[in-house]
Design a protein around this ligand. Sequence first.
Ligand SMILES: [Zn+2]
Length: 116
Amino acid sequence: MSWELVVKDKFSSAHFLDHYKGKCERMHGHTFEIEAHFKIKENQLDKSGIGIDFTKLKAHLNSLLPDHRVLNEVFDFSPSAENLSRYFYYKLKEKYPVSKVIIWESDYAGAIYSED
Ligand SMILES: [Zn+2]
């Protein structure tokens, strides 16, 4: 028996894509949505039935987000949805049992990173 806990947050930032030909090579902004999933097994629930406190997960996730920044200045990689989901996955893994991270660039397009 297992659960997948999910927390969501948003950040608004600008970026452009390196080595890309098309409109996304120019600076533009998104309100990125991030979803982080965490795997919990039954023996990890505490007496109140909680695997990991959502309040702690949300606060930690929020502390990692580069809100109102130019992502190309923050990161040393091209800030695509693919690279961002992988980056946040490994940042979260330093502290919690993350299983996947989803970065939505819009309501209709996003990237999911996991180690599968
Ligand atoms: Zn973009």
